[in-house]
Design a protein around this ligand. Structure first.
Ligand SMILES: NC(=O)c1ccc[n+]([C@@H]2O[C@H](COP(=O)([O-])OP(=O)(O)OC[C@H]3O[C@@H](n4cnc5c(N)ncnc54)[C@H](O)[C@@H]3O)[C@@H](O)[C@H]2O)c1
Length: 213
């Protein structure tokens, strides 16, 4: 059965809670209250309670939550403990860095294939992941039953690649290319916008007069 929809801001906060909980667990803490979490993370306690309730985790009044239980609830809720295979298209600067990032495993994503159009990349392995020619994209996705596609290609190539991914059976896309993809409604698309974050960061720096010159 499909999971019910949860507000995106809640989904964005859960990894923050997760890393916080991992840290305090590493320090030997076994019980935590929502109030303490809220204080440490600078998030309103009502919000923290709501977010934790969304994961189905129930603390004990006046006692709090068991840290291990909370971690398990978040993992299950975010689907982190059922691994899905992913492919990455565009093994350039960003793509290669993502291929070398070990943290996706923990989030239940295993990149099993990469694709590129450049002959110097095809046939090699980058961080242990084989790079196939992009014209084999649909075939390999089908053969390896890959359901997640990561797009780290130039923007003007992304729409075409997205369409081929859909034909091959991709159900969810993590899109780093600065373009709005036009795909069927049932395909999940999550756009990553480093530039938006950078714009906020630069503006804050300039407001504080931190830039030299
Ligand atoms: N969203 C973000 O936060 C963010 C951050 C950095 C870069 N980007 C975007 O990510 C993309 C990649 O950036 P980069 O710096 O890694 O570029 P890059 O030029 O280093 O890498 C692009 C790779 O794509 C390959 N490629 C080109 N056309 C292809 C095709 N049709 N099929 C398969 N492979 C193809 C190239 O051979 C190259 O290896 C760009 O669209 C860039 O704007 C996004």
């Amino acid at each position: 059965m499909a999971a019910s929809a949860v507000p995106t801001p809640t989904l964005r906060r859960l990894p923050k809670y997760y890393h916080y909980l991992k840290r305090i667990q590493g320090e030997g803490q076994e019980i935590i209250s929502a109030t303490q979490m809220a204080e440490d993370l600078g998030i309103h306690h009502t919000q923290v309670r709501k977010d934790l309730a969304a994961t189905g985790s129930q603390g004990k009044p006046k006692v709090g939550h068991r840290v291990a239980d909370l971690l398990a609830s978040i993992e299950t809720f975010l689907n982190w403990n059922s691994a899905s295979d992913a492919c990455l298209v565009g093994a350039g600067n960003l793509g290669s860095a993502l291929l070398g990032y070990p943290g996706f495993d923990k989030a239940g994503i295993r990149i099993t294939a990469a694709f590129d159009a450049h002959p110097s990349k095809v046939g090699k392995k980058i961080h242990g992941v084989p790079v196939y020619p992009v014209d084999k994209l649909e075939e390999v996705i089908r053969r390896l039953h890959i359901t997640i596609g990561i797009l780290t290609i130039p923007a003007d190539r992304a729409q075409h690649v997205a369409e081929v991914m859909v034909q091959g059976g991709i159900r969810a896309m993590w899109n780093f290319a600065p373009i709005t993809l036009d795909v069927p409604e049932d395909i999940i698309v999550e756009n990553v916008e480093l530039y938006a974050s950078l714009a906020i960061f630069s503006r804050k720096l300039s407001e504080r007069g931190t830039f030299r010159g």
